[in-house]
Design a protein around this ligand. Structure first.
Ligand code: RP5
Length: 169
């Protein structure tokens, strides 16, 4: 079943991009940019594990019925958002640690990556690289069941390869 176009099925959004705060958007917008470029239907929301715990539970427990296939969750500091979302849904959750002022993002990274066995979160790099790669990994997961998405991902990667100059300017 195609996952990329809502009109071709009852799927509304294939990817959910969530973040703990408005302050995460500068970084998490890179996930959304990649999803836009690859024409993947997605939604973007602020969901805080600590400040909006009821919103988190509602978001995660309704994700499957709303058509979400993969969740990307960015958070910083005591970054419990990806882990708590993963606790409420069986969908794949990709965590993006924010670069923080106090501890440079190591706090975010360790909070996200050190999940107890049984509830996995796929943890990406700190900051912009992580946000970009989380989106690419989400697209790769979707591509397993959708040939059109697979073709777009392969084309995107070829364009990236072609854009790398042989010599520096
Ligand atoms: C986390 O706290 C958010 O993910 C954000 O990275 C961090 C700081 O949030 P603000 O105080 O900037 O809203 O929940």
């Amino acid at each position: 079943m195609p996952l990329s176009h809502p009109s071709s099925s009852n799927i509304s959004f294939a990817v959910g991009v969530i973040m703990g705060s408005q302050s995460d958007w500068d970084i998490m917008s890179h996930s959304a940019d990649i999803l836009k470029k690859l024409d993947i239907s997605h939604e973007v929301k602020i969901v805080s594990a600590h400040r909006t715990p009821d919103r988190l539970r509602e978001y995660a427990t309704s994700a499957v019925e709303r058509g979400i296939r993969v969740i990307i969750a960015g958070a910083g500091g005591a970054a419990h958002l990806p882990g708590m979302v993963a606790a409420w849904t069986h969908l794949p959750v990709l965590g993006v640690p924010m670069q923080t002022h106090a501890l440079n993002g190591k706090d975010s990274l360790l909070s996200i990556v050190q999940m107890p066995a049984g509830i996995p979160v796929g943890t990406l790099a700190i900051g912009k690289a992580g946000a970009i790669n989380a989106a690419l990994l989400a697209v790769s997961i979707l591509s397993i069941a959708d040939q059109s998405i697979a073709q777009r991902l392969v084309s995107w990667r070829k364009a990236q390869t072609d854009s790398v100059a042989i010599s520096p300017l």
